[in-house]
Design a protein around this ligand. Structure first.
Ligand code: SF4
Ligand code: ZN
Ligand code: ZN
Length: 307
């Protein structure tokens, strides 16, 4: 398999009918990331940006690309935030990758730990939940508490934006999942353009949302960006894992389907937004912003502590 330039190919991008070598692929990948950053007006003079990094390939690639682009824009500060949920046999290695990458890029790294913040590690929450038949997936606890801490600490660090490493596959999965569950509020929250809905909620941006997982992984390997390929003990147990397999099957048969799902949301958003009336208030227990009287994090904690 040869690239148009004649070099040995490293990837076949079936959705656009291109076969690329290492050099053409990295140029293509960087161009698209820069274009997406420009489209989202993601990095602007005076920004202080919190990049949420887990140590996996997506967020490590994101931090690498963002630090590259931000170094050309005056007066931009980047900090990295990592959440240690307490997942034995998984998190230790990813934390080491986060430290290594931040050291290499000279970016300050802030670590927050579930057990320090909520008194329970994710492993313990899952154990309690399973023993008491709460019927919740580990990813529910993980996602809610992680988002809670990232927003809280990004705000406390004075950041005006949060970047997360969600790629095209993640976005397509989230859209399908929310559609299957009729979760319109969550669907509207996937709006790619950054906007402030409440002073206590730091706008989130996903600069890799149009880049397929496979390409992010390949770029990370080719550039030797420090990251861990360890897989979480709990992955594969969720509804999302089923949706991921389903989308991968269709993408194989009909390349470009994932792009189709993501661009459908963009076309639907102006209409769906009108159906959702979301008021943000302060949580009665912790004071963090929420659309209900008690935030989801406090609700889940109450359920665990009650046992
Ligand atoms: Fe958290 Fe689930 Fe991801 Fe594991 S797979 S890190 S539990 S969201
Ligand atoms: Zn080439
Ligand atoms: Zn709360």
């Amino acid at each position: 398999m040869k690239c148009v330039c004649g070099n040995k190919a490293v990837i076949n991008l079936r959705y656009i009918g291109k076969i690329l070598c290492e050099s053409c692929f990295t140029t293509f990948f960087e161009k698209r990331t820069r274009r997406e950053l420009r489209f989202l007006k993601a990095i602007q003079k005076g920004d202080k940006i919190a990049v949420a990094i887990s140590g996996g390939k997506d967020s490590s690639c994101l931090l690498y690309m963002v630090s590259k682009v931000a170094s050309q824009i005056p007066d931009v500060e980047i900090v990295a935030i990592t959440i240690d949920e307490g997942i034995r046999g998984y998190r230790e290695q990813t934390l080491e990758s986060c430290r290594r990458l931040c050291n290499e890029l000279d970016i300050s790294h802030h670590l927050y730990i579930f057990e320090d913040e909520f008194e329970y590690s994710l492993d313990r929450m899952v154990k309690i939940s399973r023993e008491n038949d709460h019927g919740k997936n580990p990813c529910t606890y993980c996602g809610v508490f992680r988002r809670y801490l990232i927003n809280k600490y990004a705000r406390e660090l004075g950041c005006n934006k949060i970047f997360t490493g969600h790629n095209l596959d993640d976005e397509a999965q989230a859209i399908m999942l929310n559609m299957m569950q009729g979760a319109l509020k969550k669907l509207v929250r996937l709006d790619p353009l950054p906007h402030s809905i409440h002073p206590s909620i730091v706008p989130r941006i996903k600069p890799l949302r149009n880049l397929p997982e496979k390409e992010v992984a390949l770029y990370t390997i080719l550039k030797e960006i420090p990251c861990s390929l360890n897989e979480c003990t709990y992955s594969g147990t969720s509804f999302r894992a089923d949706v991921r397999n389903f989308l991968n099957d269709i993408e194989w048969k009909r390349p470009g389907t994932k792009y189709g799902v993501v661009s459908s949301l963009e076309k639907m958003l102006p209409y769906v937004r009108n159906l959702v009336d979301e008021k943000i208030v302060e949580c009665e227990i912790c004071g963090e912003p929420t659309s209900r009287s008690v935030c989801k994090a406090c609700e889940l904690l109450k359920e665990i502590i009650k046992v």
